[in-house]
Unconditional design. Sequence first.
Length: 67
Amino acid sequence: MITVNVNNQSYSFSEEILLSELLNQLNFSKKGIAVAVNNAIVSKKRWEDFKVSDEAFILIIKATQGG
């Protein structure tokens, strides 16, 4: 079992998980977001094969419109 921190909330998964799977399971849209794992940006093209490890700190930033 692994535990990760996503936007300051703790989540547990039965095993290592791909970043794209984590986003799906937590219902994040893949459009208009940026993702950093352990303070390093992960490019969108790497989400499908990027393995999230135990105790990872993940920050998901959503783009917003405004003015």
